[in-house]
Design a protein around this ligand. Structure first.
Ligand code: GSH
Length: 216
């Protein structure tokens, strides 16, 4: 098989790539990387020196593709499948990428900050950074509430890159900073994402690992 996704089933950025792969339908091999294992970490570092996942390797084209958004761009261009995740129209494509950036920077990374803080030793916590991340999440949720008020997907009727980003970001975001009852459109959007077969599959596959998630 040409494509291999190096990933971990609890990693939110890996979920984003997995949603895209399941939407797209391209066959791939999943290589679960345990970063706590020095050999597996070293193997990941050899193909991607930043040492983060997801990373997609493509034997046929001789490419190694890091970064979840870039993996989705790559799939859409070189392995276009059932669902196109980046619109053909250049302006719509730009706006889809803009939403993806917004979600990664202002939801996904803020959530990662809060989760990461839970893993720090008791004397190395960053309460100020966590408070900032929570405030950013609240602001981002309010903006997204407007963006999804009309129903459907992030860019309208068509599922896209922006929904691949939103699914893991909102799922984990809601765990660490609950969306709450005052944002009904965003809650409904998260429920639609969870019911989408690609993301439902990702969640199902992650279930055995949920015990590893650091609760507060
Ligand atoms: N910007 C990257 C972020 C990737 C990332 O932060 N991945 C996390 C898992 S969700 C990771 O590899 N963490 C391992 C570590 O920090 O050692 C992307 O979009 O793929």
């Amino acid at each position: 098989m040409s494509l291999t996704l190096h990933y971990h089933p609890l990693s939110s950025f890996c979920w984003k790539a997995l949603v895209a792969l399941y939407e797209n339908g391209a066959p791939f091999t999943a290589n679960l990387v345990n970063l706590a294992d020095p050999d597996q970490r070293a193997a990941l570092l050899r193909i991607s020196p930043i040492g983060r996942f997801p990373v997609l390797s493509d034997e046929v084209r001789g490419e190694v593709v890091p970064e979840s958004s870039i993996i989705i761009e790559y799939l859409d261009r070189h392995y276009p499948g059932r669902v196109r995740l980046i619109p053909e129209d250049p302006d719509l494509a730009r706006n889809t990428r803009l939403r993806d950036r917004f979600i990664d920077l202002y939801v996904h990374l803020q959530t990662q900050k809060i989760v990461g803080d839970r893993l720090r030793p008791a004397d190395r916590k960053d309460p100020h950074g966590v408070a900032e991340a929570r405030a950013q999440l609240r602001t981002s949720y309010a903006i997204m509430e407007q963006q999804v008020a009309r129903g459907g997907w992030m860019m309208g009727d068509t599922f896209s890159l922006a929904d691949c980003s939103a699914a893991p970001s909102l799922f984990y975001g809601n765990k660490v900073e609950p969306i709450g009852d005052r944002l009904p459109h965003l809650n409904a959007y998260l429920e639609r994402l969870k019911a989408r077969p690609s993301f439902a599959r990702v969640l199902k596959e992650a279930e055995p690992y949920f015990g590893m998630f650091p609760e507060a």
